[in-house]
Design a protein around this ligand. Structure first.
Ligand code: ADP
Ligand code: ZN
Length: 218
């Protein structure tokens, strides 16, 4: 990667994508752009867009490609993504979104797309145990809770189970992932941009594997 580290991280819900993206963002000193976090903050702010997004997210559905494309285009237009690069987490999620991203990035194309691979049983367990900070989005679980009660170690925010982590919404999101997002793996493989990384094991080990895959592309 000569100038900048422009990454997309794919992986099913519960693969540990969010946690790993935060770590990579520190390692490479590039912004972590999570479309899920962006949507959740719009929901918190109570904007009209946020209210619409909330209904879609709580049902486990996807926001339309057009709207998400607009959101990401605007975000990638900001200065902090130029030069050093960025990590996209949660986008693209459909082939339509990958095509939009391709257009947005014609001048500064992606360097690598990582698929973080974790078996289904593990994904289901992790999702049921997952808890998140309502303020900063930090991830916890019933096995790895914050130090003091359900109060975020980073920011003091409240740590809760996400509204879309109900069994029904989880099943729907996993089905949607298979149908809409899994085809991106072949799409990026054809374009010689894909690396698969094993998402099992300690968080540090997984980060090291991802860094190795990224640095191998330099
Ligand atoms: P998860 O990976 O657990 O599904 P995210 O935090 O990435 O969670 O996203 C939460 C919800 O936000 C999704 O279920 C979907 O409704 C919406 N969302 C996030 N990113 C996108 C996207 N790129 N396209 C459409 N909807 C999205
Ligand atoms: Zn927090």
């Amino acid at each position: 990667m000569i100038d900048g580290t422009r990454l997309v991280i794919l992986g099913r819900q519960g693969a540990g994508k969010g946690t790993q993206c935060v770590r990579l963002s520190r390692h490479y000193v590039i912004p972590h752009i999570s479309t899920g976090d962006m949507l959740r903050s719009a929901v918190k702010e109570g904007t009209e867009f946020g209210l619409k997004a909330k209904a879609i997210m709580d049902g486990g559905d996807l926001v339309s490609d057009d709207i998400m494309g607009g959101v990401v285009r605007e975000r990638l237009d900001r200065d902090d993504t130029r030069g050093r690069g960025y990590i996209l987490d949660g986008f693209p999620r459909t082939v339509g979104q990958a095509e939009i991203l391709h257009e947005i990035t014609v001048d500064d194309p992606l360097n690598l797309v990582i698929d973080l691979v974790v078996p289904t049983e593990v994904v289901l367990e992790r999702l049921a145990a997952r808890r998140v900070c309502t303020d900063c989005g930090a991830n916890y679980s019933i096995d790895a809770p914050p130090k003091y009660g359900w109060v975020c170690d980073n920011c003091g925010g409240e740590v809760v189970q996400r509204a879309d982590d109900t069994p029904e919404a989880i099943q729907k999101r996993l089905d949607l992932y298979e149908r809409e997002t899994a085809p991106l793996i072949a799409w990026y493989e054809e374009r010689k941009l894909l690396a698969e990384v094993d998402g099992l094991g300690a968080a540090d080990e997984v980060t090291n594997r991802m860094v190795a895959a990224i640095d191998a592309r330099r």
